[in-house]
Design a binder for this molecule. Structure first.
Ligand code: ARG
Length: 473
């Protein structure tokens, strides 16, 4: 396909538009043509446009609205147009405004008079809604595949390190030890919800606008069930005004993409932090890193940084389309032509971000030793100590919390960690403490003890991995 900017000068046609110029004495001003044309971007819907026209033409035949000969000529002509577009020989014209009129005009050049019958019982309003829905539906399907793949990549990471200890954070301060597998599985939950949102939205949008015509339906005896079925829709949409003016499917797409991009961004942020020399929790592969032109030691997590940034433009697209739609009276208004560039850009960048994250996750290696070393620092088992005081000595939790706080302060002053304190030092704070307490101060025992449903104990993590593997098969 030629990628001609929407505001490029007109190729031909000096006079009125051949599609709707009947009542016009003069052609449009060049600026009018530039602001009006969408062919620069909506040519991306060419195959959807031809699929929609083929379904419409076939239905016009089965209902007897067109004769079989015309329908066959139209069918063959549309296939020729499609092959020209796919082969890159099609000449897109800005004067013909959009993909719908470009295709129809070329069809007329190829087959002549029957081309003019194709538009019977439809309008560009239901046509564009149909094409765009088909395009967005393909993107939902692509997103579904990409999310399933990413979840599998995370499950592999989780399996490898189901019992590798690492610090868990709140406020980015060491909180309690968790396992690498548990941390990976948190993202599996997030991307799993994104997957559900994709599937929900796809199911919700799968109604055909085709046959709603301009806004009111048509007096021709069309069969909307036939075209809906031919295009893989579950049913025709039930209100023609809504059918031509609904862009909820695009907003569902953008909001689903926004939430998912936000998840990708949070994970990307962690990868940026974790791959730093200060953390060394993960090593990103050379394939997903870049170097510095001046600092030879640098290996930068650019893919993660760019994924983190993508949420900005995707969320921007969502906001932009909400703003475009919010003031529009029923039914179609030309404002709605602004839907496509937002969705195209968001879709391209969402898919790219998903693919980049997938590749990074598959290639990265977690550094078990660094994770373990960090897991044991920062008094990460203080809660385990407090819990022990409650469980073994029968103290109220608030008292246990206070005693543990004193022991943390003691260790901090001594420049050591909790397990490095002597029993005598412990007893100086509470005389009933026994040597058994040291068992709960190891990070391995700490994570192993978190066996509540959804907790970080390796057995729980492995159960969740198995549950997801089962669900995804
Ligand atoms: N290019 C238009 C769009 O993207 C197609 C529909 C035009 N309909 C109309 N009544 N002018 O929305």
């Amino acid at each position: 396909m030629t990628d001609k900017p929407a505001n490029a000068p007109s190729d031909h046609q000096d006079g009125a538009n051949q599609m709707w110029g009947g009542r016009f004495a003069a052609g449009p001003d060049a600026i009018m043509e530039a602001i009006n044309a969408s062919i620069g971007f909506d040519q991306r819907m060419a195959s959807q446009d031809i699929a929609g026209s083929r379904a419409h033409a076939a239905m016009l035949g089965t209902t007897g609205i067109l004769n079989d000969k015309d329908v066959e000529v139209i069918r063959k002509g549309l296939l020729t147009v499609l092959s020209e577009i796919e082969g890159g020989t099609f000449r897109f014209s800005t004067a013909l405004e959009d993909i719908h009129m470009n295709v129809e005009a070329r069809l007329k050049e190829i087959i002549g008079e029957p081309a003019g019958r194709l538009h019977t019982g439809r309008s560009r309003n239901d046509q564009v809604a149909t094409d765009f829905k088909l395009w967005v539906r393909d993107q939902f399907d692509a997103a579904e595949g990409a999310l399933v793949s990413l979840i599998h990549a995370l499950l592999e990471q989780a399996e490898t390190g189901a019992d590798w200890v690492m610090p868990g954070f709140t406020h980015l301060q060491t909180a309690q030890p968790v396992t690498w597998g548990h941390h990976m599985m948190a993202y599996v939950e997030m991307f799993g919800r994104d997957l559900n949102r994709v599937r929900d939205a796809r199911a919700r949008m799968n109604e055909s606008p085709l046959g709603a015509a301009a806004l009111a339906g048509t007096s021709f005896p069309i069969d909307r069930d036939v075209t809906a079925k031919a295009l893989g829709f579950d049913r025709p949409s039930a209100n023609s005004l809504d059918a031509v003016s609904d862009r909820d499917f695009a907003l569902d797409f953008l909001s689903t993409a926004s939430i998912c991009a936000m998840h990708l961004s949070r994970f990307a942020e962690e990868l940026v932090i974790w791959s730093s020399a200060q953390f060394r929790f993960v090593t990103l592969s050379d394939r997903f890193s870049t170097g510095s032109s001046i600092m030879p030691q640098k290996k930068n997590p650019d893919a993660a940084e760019l994924i983190r940034a993508k949420v900005g433009r995707i969320f921007g697209a969502n906001t932009a389309l909400m703003m475009v739609m919010k003031g529009l009276p029923l039914a179609y208004s030309k404002d709605m032509q602004e839907d496509k560039e937002q969705v195209f850009d968001a879709a391209d960048n969402w898919m790219l971000a998903l693919a980049a994250m997938d590749g990074m996750v598959r290639d990265m290696s977690a550094n078990r030793e660094s994770l373990a070393a960090a897991a044991g620092s920062g008094f990460s088992t203080a809660t385990d100590l407090a819990d022990w005081l409650v469980r073994v000595l029968g103290l109220p939790f608030r008292d246990a919390h206070h005693i543990t706080g004193s022991l943390v302060a003691m260790a901090e002053a001594a420049g050591c960690d909790l397990p490095d304190l002597t029993l005598d030092q412990m007893k100086s704070v509470h005389s009933d403490i026994t040597a058994d307490v040291f068992d709960v101060l190891s990070v391995e025992n700490s994570v192993a003890s978190r066996t509540s449903y959804g907790g970080t104990a390796p057995a729980q993590v492995r159960a969740q991995i198995a549950r997801w593997q089962e669900m995804l098969t």
